[in-house]
Every structure is written in structure tokens, then in C-alpha cells.
Design a protein around this ligand. Sequence first.
Ligand SMILES: [Zn+2]
Length: 124
Amino acid sequence: MRKVDLYLNEIFELCSNLGVTELKDLCRNIGITIQSTEYISHSKIYEDNIVIYTNPIIEYDMYVSEKFQIAHELGHLFMHMLNTKVNGKNVDVDNTIYFNYGACWENNEANYFAKKILDYFKEQ
Ligand SMILES: [Zn+2]
């Protein structure tokens, strides 16, 4: 099984344990705040908070829904930024901000993650 699918399975299990059926609910439950930005979507780990910044208007010069951006950033947070998978306490300090563009393996992985997690919530 691919690493991304292992993460997804753990998250689906967490959602089912918490009774979470909506993406923003998942964020709330694991202590992630959503804020808007004038720049492209990204996420940042602060000492006492994790923030996903979204901007549905300008992402890659095309419309990408806020939901997809949140799901994509969650993928980066779970797979590329946080050592711990759920509570965000144990932070990888060398990678506390995630900013990248276009086609790279991290973005491909985050897009796959986003599609799968949105499909999951659609079915709930
Ligand atoms: Zn990305």
C-alpha cells in the first residue's frame, strides 16, 4: 500500500471515531484554523496553532474551490509537515511552511490525497 493511502486510512478511521462527516469539522477537531490569504493557498505551523490559508480566486490562475485547497493543504500537513499524524504537537521544525508551485511529487501526492478525502466526505 502506498504511503498516502496509509495516511488516508488512518484519517478515515479518525473521522469515523470522532463522528466527523465534513472537511472543516475535521480541521476543527484536530486544531487547524482556516484563514483567507491574498496569496496562493499554503499552510503554516505556528507554535500553538496550525493555519491553512486559502484563496480560491487566484490559485494557479484558475478557480480551485476552497474545499479542494483545504484538502490539498491537509495532505501537505499530514504527509510532508507534521511528524505526528493527528494532533500536530510534534512538529517538523525544518518544514513549518509549505509553499510550492505546479507539478512536483509533493503536489501530486497532495492532490491525490485531496481527491480521496473529498470523495470520502461526499459519501458520509
Ligand atoms: Zn501544494
